[in-house]
Write a protein that binds this ligand. Sequence first.
Ligand code: 8YV
Length: 328
Amino acid sequence: MSYRKPKVVVTRKLPDIVETRMMELFDCRLNLDDAAMDKDALIEAVQEAEVLVPTVTDRIDKDVVAAAGEQLKLIASFGTGVDHIDFPSAKKRGILVTNTPDVLTEDTADMTMALILAVPRRLVEGEMLVRSNEWTGWSPTGMLGHRIWGKRLGVVGMGRIGSAVARRARGFGLSIHYHNRNRAAPEIEEELEATYWSSLDQMIAHMDILSINCPHTPATYHLLNARRLALMKPHAYVVNTSRGEVIDEAALVKALTQGQIGGVGLDVFENEPKINPKLLKARNAVLLPHMGSATIEGRVAMGERVIINIKTFVDGHNPPDRVIETMF
Ligand code: 8YV
């Protein structure tokens, strides 16, 4: 039986092994230069593609969806977060959206834990001191940070990544607290000895470290705003490996520079790749370039999920990682 390869447009450079397999299975247009696509380029892509494979850097907004040709049937996103896609518009046009959950959970949780350690223990400052050649040697009061062991970690969003962070954090002696849309299953609470706070405000006021692990949705936009930041203890830290939009970044910078909070560890920003210049100058901020899931193993596994979603779909079955309304 002859098999017509579907036209798949991939918006960014993916690992070679993923692209090679995609080329075998599909009629692919790759982006070997890896230049991020602007709106015009995306519109051109959706007019040609039967399947679009975008990433977090592509804004598939309602104009892009509206410009799509009749042939576009699937947006198989390379990534877990889908806030760069106007899902309601896609749904209205009958375009299916899939993502790549699970495969980046552990890597993102590792990076979250790295920030949880790096900020209170001033890891980056210490490293910069050594490299600056200005380190004059050990002293009893040199590079003092704050202890992790015995402190309280508040996880905002106890999904896959939030629970993986909590699991790691227990090994570092942190007690686990969480706020989530729905309370976690009793087995999870028991395993993590986690305390559920139905009130986010109440939880925030009692935590030493707050980790943002919820997705960015209309309901979580600026969840951590000026009012909530003001509830935090003055020595408390904020770590975010989810999406910049969950925090009101201007309010965060203000809280940080005015000493209202102890420090921040950010892997994501509100206007990536632009960074607030005040953040760049802040001593008590560890800033990373959205690299939470950036492992070769993770990227290959994400590619594998994308391929499975496309292949299942073109074979006439329901792709496993369909995005549905209840995720928002
Ligand atoms: C990915 C992420 O690297 O998957 C996500 O939601 O935030 C990242 O870790 C990126 O989205 C790939 O598109």
